[in-house]
Ligand binder design. Structure first.
Ligand SMILES: [Zn+2]
Length: 157
């Protein structure tokens, strides 16, 4: 998964470049669950023999139960309680979560870059390492693999 954009007004080591194209790709991490699991059933409620109400709170905690030795018991009467759980089935389809982001810049410039350069673009700034040197029509073509990157707070005119 990725996106490519042409950038205006890009500086490499504070010098304007002839052209800059940015490619952003985001690693996709497979988070598919292959096995069924259990989770707290937040709908579960129970009134024990002494009339004490039990349920999960919104965070999935059991405020009216204690668990002295693996078994849940009523805080007041110590009756054994089995809190409700439900089965979460294994995923039928692959699921992905976004992972590490990689930004690369394709640059054409009039001067030869250093091995590590400062990058300033309209969408962010940072530093990167220079790869894939080449010359075309008297200009320097290279790729910058961004190492550190950030965006400045938007300035309103
Ligand atoms: Zn009780």
């Amino acid at each position: 998964m990725g996106a490519t954009v042409v950038l205006e007004e890009t500086l490499i080591d504070n010098r304007p470049v002839l052209s800059a194209t940015m490619h952003v790709s985001v690693e996709q991490i497979d988070v598919t669950s292959g096995l069924p699991a259990t989770e707290a059933d937040l709908d579960w409620t129970f009134v024990d023999a002494e009339g004490h109400f039990h349920a999960y709170d919104a965070d999935g905690n059991l405020p009216t139960l204690v668990q002295p030795k693996r078994k849940y018991r009523c805080v007041i009467c110590r009756q054994r309680i089995r809190p409700g759980f439900r089965i979460v089935p294994a995923d039928m389809f692959r699921r992905y979560a976004p992972g590490r982001r990689e930004i690369t810049l394709q640059i054409v410039a009039t001067s030869q870059p250093a091995d590590v350069v400062s990058v300033v673009t309209p969408v962010g700034f940072g530093t990167g390492t220079v790869h894939g040197h080449g010359m075309r029509d008297g200009a320097f073509e290279f790729e910058v693999i961004v190492g550190t990157w950030g965006a400045r707070k938007a300035v309103t005119a």
